[in-house]
Design a protein around this ligand. Structure first.
Ligand SMILES: NC(=O)c1ccc[n+]([C@@H]2O[C@H](COP(=O)([O-])OP(=O)(O)OC[C@H]3O[C@@H](n4cnc5c(N)ncnc54)[C@H](OP(=O)(O)O)[C@@H]3O)[C@@H](O)[C@H]2O)c1
Length: 250
């Protein structure tokens, strides 16, 4: 088992879905995890309770990262709690599901504020706490590269995120901080439940996925854990796809 004891991990969107699984996994390896979230206190409390039962070190921090005041309050709490940050995972995301021609400026801003601008602001705010051996991991989606119905805003934000991370990877690798992205296929989280025409989309995903399975949050977490390992330090600036092979057929 990987030993992350003595390490601090900050995970945005760490209280629900994929981020929650990553929080539990890294904490299970001994890391002290700071799970950031926006509004849903119940999920945060449930995670803290589960962590308490399992003897894991998970601290949740509430604050909308897309709003300046609450962003700054979250950053201040993280900085005060952590002398150094070893792992930074950007899993928080939101977005408007509409076709491209229906998207207003407001829809685009809502989506980009959390999926793109908050990621960059947080990375810049915390980079001074990161040192050699650090890892920054983003969570993107197949829609960053391909067309998914009603996914224009989120897909565009993920495409921008991927481009930004290539620059992070190039700039930070000489300092020993490795930057990568994971790209899960469809994962049945609360966010996925909100997809328009969910039943059709689910059926189509399963039909076109060679393994015949959806990706599970715990599988994504295991991939993130691997990226945090010493063995993975030559992986730089990559997007690791975990979609049961669906992308092969697109
Ligand atoms: N699910 C999929 O099929 C899928 C596929 C590919 C990629 N992804 C990516 O995987 C990541 C996680 O997705 P998920 O499906 O696990 O999402 P999810 O279950 O909806 O959880 C989203 C998390 O992000 C937090 N969050 C949202 N907006 C925020 C904000 N403004 N400030 C701070 N935190 C915020 C939420 O906090 P609250 O609980 O307080 O709302 C929650 O903890 C996302 O980047 C998503 O794009 C998902």
């Amino acid at each position: 088992m990987m030993d992350l004891s003595g390490k601090n991990a900050v995970i945005t969107g760490g209280t629900r879905g994929i981020g929650r699984a990553i929080a539990l996994d890294l904490a299970g390896c001994g890391a002290r995890v700071y799970a950031l979230y926006a509004r849903d206190r119940k999920s945060a409390e449930a995670l803290e309770q589960e962590a308490g039962h399992k003897g894991l070190g998970i601290i949740t921090i509430r604050g909308d990262l897309a709003r300046q005041e609450t962003f700054q309050a979250s950053v201040d709490q993280v900085k005060e709690a952590c002398e150094t940050i070893d792992i930074l995972v950007h899993a928080a995301a939101s977005g408007v599901h509409k076709s491209a021609m229906e998207l207003t400026d407001r829809h685009m801003r809502w989506t980009f504020d959390i999926n793109f601008f908050a990621v960059h602001k947080l990375t810049v705010a915390l980079i001074g706490k990161m040192k050699k051996g650090g890892r920054i991991i983003g969570v993107t989606s197949p829609g960053g590269e391909r067309v998914i119905p009603h996914y224009a805003a989120i897909g565009a934000s993920k495409g921008a995120l991927e481009a930004l991370f290539r620059h992070y990877a190039r700039e930070l690798a000489p300092q020993g901080i490795m930057v990568n992205l994971v790209c899960p296929g469809m994962v049945m989280t609360d966010a996925a439940q909100a997809f328009p025409q969910l039943a059709e989309r689910l059926a189509m995903t399963l039909e076109y996925t060679p393994t015949g399975d959806l990706t599970r949050p715990e599988q994504v977490a295991a991939l993130v854990r691997f990226l945090c390992s010493e063995e993975a330090k030559q992986i730089v600036g990559q997007t690791l796809v975990m979609d049961g092979g669906k992308g092969l057929l697109a």
